[in-house]
Design a protein around this ligand. Structure first.
Ligand code: ADP
Ligand code: MG
Length: 229
């Protein structure tokens, strides 16, 4: 059976003037539907570069990416931009270390943002309330981001990703700005989203406790896979 996501010999070269940096150097692996894939490795090892490519936010210099049977990138050729946009919106939800909430919008309005770009989502009030309730931020729905704690802001960012009904959540160091109790809450939440909603999760983390929830672990070192299991 075909895998949901297949990365084949991904190479990413960043060029700065005459300098060339191989941030990814022949990275191959597969992710199944329903996996939690933990991407670990030292700072600068290429984790963010890798997940940005997996999430179709950036393209590899060389190599192939296949998602759900579709060839997204193949040796320098990529899907047309309009189709890439659709893949980004319909397959992925993104969660970053910096939460990127819009400061002038309320919690509920921030969460509803995916619906602004995709009117066909028509996020019903009950779904919105359900997501906020699950994340423990229902009482905060009319608050502005600046009135929230770091853990709450991250949960709003997760809620916003969920409002787009993603098949895959990509989280780049989601607990990087949180203390250990808040990190544990986020960890439990990811496990629940995976178990109860079947969401595939790709998780970059420095936190060994969080990496433990991975059904697959991809360890990078200097742009290469050091270990995978
Ligand atoms: N846009 C960029 N331009 C040039 N170099 C970059 C860029 N993004 C990342 N790098 C370099 O690529 C390497 C891998 O970076 P990154 O993927 O951010 O690693 P990690 O997320 O594991 O810390 C680092 O040496 C970094 O400095
Ligand atoms: Mg990074």
């Amino acid at each position: 059976m075909a895998y949901f996501i297949e990365a084949k010999k991904l190479v990413k070269i960043y060029e700065r003037g005459s300098e060339k940096l191989r941030a990814l150097d022949g990275v191959s692996f597969c992710i199944d539907k329903g996996d939690i894939a933990a991407v670990v490795g030292e700072s600068g090892s290429g984790k963010t570069t890798l997940v940005n490519i997996l999430g179709c936010l950036d393209n590899p210099s060389v190599g192939e990416l296949i998602i759900d049977g579709r060839r997204i990138f193949a040796d320098g050729v990529k899907l047309p931009e309009a189709e890439l946009t659709r893949v980004r919106r319909e397959i992925f939800g993104y969660i970053f270390q910096k939460f990127f909430l819009i400061p002038t919008l309320s919690v509920a309005e921030n969460i509803l943002l995916p619906g602004v770009f995709r009117p066909e989502l028509k996020i019903p009030q009950a779904e919105l309330d359900g997501i906020m309730d699950m994340l423990g931020i229902l009482k905060r729905k009319d608050h502005l981001p600046k009135e929230l704690s770091g853990g709450e802001m991250q949960r709003v960012a997760i809620a916003r990703a969920l409002a787009g009904r993603p098949k895959v959540l990509i989280a780049d160091e989601p607990t990087g700005n949180l203390d250990s109790r808040r990190s544990d809450e986020i960890k439990d939440l990811f496990v629940r989203l995976n178990k109860e909603r079947g969401i595939t999760i790709i998780l970059v983390t420095h936190n060994p406790e969080l990496a433990k929830i991975g059904s697959r672990v991809i360890e990078l070192s200097d742009g290469k896979i050091k270990n995978k299991f």
